[in-house]
Design a protein around this ligand. Structure first.
Ligand SMILES: Nc1nc(=O)c2c([nH]1)NC[C@@H]1CN(c3ccc(C(=O)N[C@@H](CCC(=O)O)C(=O)O)cc3)CN21
Ligand SMILES: CC(C)C(=O)C(=O)O
Ligand SMILES: [Mg+2]
Length: 272
């Protein structure tokens, strides 16, 4: 299904909603610099995320908590210079979304650095934050399931929504972030059937990472896709595409093709 050519037109926020209806899988990768961004654009990657995972894969911390808004803004500006077509999404780092006002200031900085959308973790009191940003013309991607900024409370990076009650809460939260105005939803480390049910429940696209093949799109961390050791045990959902791709560009193309064909993630890279 991969055409070998980049996206013809630049992605826009409203075009994402059509992707859900059109059944076209969305392909997303994290990125931290202009050169990889250029290569992702050439490979036809749809969405590029400046993830706070940069605290781990770039800065060498063992969580995402030390990352600041100015760190994300710096990498957002670098990546933006490399992109023509892909839609750029930037993570709001730990506590930059603690209050609506703080989230507005941080999001303004990230949009001024070149992002088209910000991503924030959680529901609960974050619903008010999502509404506040969306009312002020800031597109928002929500993020539920394993939310790495909750690592201290969770006690580690574990699959979420395993039992029936937790799955039901996750489905409620997913509807709530959509109702609050989110345009996209990232689902991280969620059992395949739960992510499939949420994807059916919602009108906005879901993007999975360790959430099975039935999401509307997939995301991976750049370093994981290239098999670069980021100092941690490899999560189950990680697949190294460099071997089959033969080059960095080839790896991005192989990943995009696998997502669009529905061959990635398979059961081996998902949680049952
Ligand atoms: N390189 C990298 N890749 C990522 O996907 C990633 C980061 N860093 N940093 C931020 C978070 C942390 N993430 C993680 C880290 C570890 C697991 C992990 O090892 N999960 C267990 C789940 C075990 C269980 O509950 O059953 C696994 O075995 O996959 C998952 C997500 C995802 N994000
Ligand atoms: C793994 C993705 C979804 C993320 O939030 C990040 O890279 O920070
Ligand atoms: Mg993140």
């Amino acid at each position: 299904m991969y055409s070998g050519t980049p996206n013809e037109k630049p992605w826009t926020v409203p075009a994402l909603a059509d992707a859900k209806c059109g059944g076209r899988k969305l392909v997303m990768l994290t990125c931290y610099d202009a050169s990889f961004a250029r290569t992702m654009d050439a490979a036809g990657i749809d969405l590029v995320l400046i993830g706070d995972s940069l605290g781990m894969v770039v800065q060498g911390h063992d969580s995402t908590l030390p990352v600041t808004t100015s760190d994300i803004a710096y990498h957002t500006a670098c990546v933006a210079r490399g992109l023509d077509k892909a839609l750029l999404i930037a993570d709001l780092p730990f506590q930059a979304d603690a209050t609506p006002e703080r989230a507005l200031d941080a999001s303004t900085a990230l949009l001024q650095a070149g992002a088209a959308m910000v991503k924030l973790e959680g529901a609960g009191h974050k619903l008010e934050v999502i509404r506040f940003l969306v009312e002020r013309e800031i597109p928002v991607c929500a993020h539920l399931g394993l939310t790495p900024q909750s690592v201290l409370r969770l006690g580690g990076y574990k699959v979420q929504g395993r039992d029936e009650a937790a799955a039901a809460r996750l489905r409620e939260d997913a509807k709530a972030v959509q109702d609050a105005g989110a345009t996209l939803l990232v689902l991280e480390c969620v059992p395949t059937p739960v992510a499939a049910a949420i994807t059916k429940d919602l009108t906005i696209p879901t993007i999975g990472i360790g959430a099975g093949p039935q999401c509307d799109g997939q995301v991976l961390v750049l370093h994981d896709l290239l098999g670069v050791n980021s100092g941690h045990r490899r999560p189950r959902f990680v697949k190294d595409f460099l071997g089959e791709g033969g080059s960095v560009l080839g790896a991005f193309q192989a990943y995009a093709t696998a997502v669009r064909e529905g061959s990635f993630p398979d059961a081996e890279h998902s949680y049952a």
